[in-house]
Design a protein around this ligand. Structure first.
Ligand code: ATP
Ligand code: MG
Length: 158
């Protein structure tokens, strides 16, 4: 059953109001393309929540968080942009390792698992996840997911 991207993202955002800081708001834009797609809703929700909670945790009260989605051809793209603490250059290559936390998290609590899970899910879906970040300025995470599911070698038993 197709997933309606815009409705789905709005519902996820509504459900997670208690997880973001007072004064923060998530601004959602669907940029382009057919909104009804075939994607695993549970995995997509997990990816979205992890990225949005990070954007909230690692930015100050009152800062906007932007979520945008787009569908182009057989690709779904989502970006989460914050105006937060950023990621130090020296830590960028380790960010998706489980339990890794960057040196500038200070008092912000966490286990270092969220992005590891995001990466695992994106890999399972055959997509990519990347980010750009400027220390003390902000971070943008981008996820690309193919809308045609990856083919599997072994079809036995189905
Ligand atoms: P949790 O397991 O609760 O998610 P966490 O947030 O520390 O804990 P990850 O989500 O895996 O763990 O993120 C790993 C590290 O990457 C964070 O500890 C932080 O240093 C850095 N990080 C992730 N997202 C951002 C962001 N939007 N801005 C700045 N740093 C970030
Ligand atoms: Mg996290």
């Amino acid at each position: 059953q197709p997933l309606h991207i815009v409705t789905f993202c709005q519902e996820v955002i509504d459900d997670m109001q208690a997880l973001i800081k007072p004064g923060q708001r998530i601004v959602y834009t669907h940029l382009s393309g057919e909104p009804a797609v075939s994607l695993d809703g549970q995995m997509l929700k997990n990816i979205l929540i992890n990225l949005l909670v990070n954007a909230s945790k690692y930015s100050a009260n009152g800062k906007a968080i932007d979520l945008s989605t787009a569908v182009a051809g057989d690709q779904f793209q989502l970006t989460v942009r914050d105006q937060g603490i950023g990621i130090p250059d020296a830590d960028k290559d380790k960010l998706f390792i489980n339990f890794f936390r960057a040196r500038n998290v200070n008092h912000v609590s966490g286990t270092g698992l969220g992005l590891y899970v995001v990466k695992r899910y994106v890999d399972l879906l055959g997509g990519t996840v990347s980010f750009t970040s400027q220390l003390d300025s902000g971070t943008i995470f981008t996820v690309h997911l193919p809308l045609t599911p990856p083919s599997h070698e072994n079809h036995s038993g189905d």
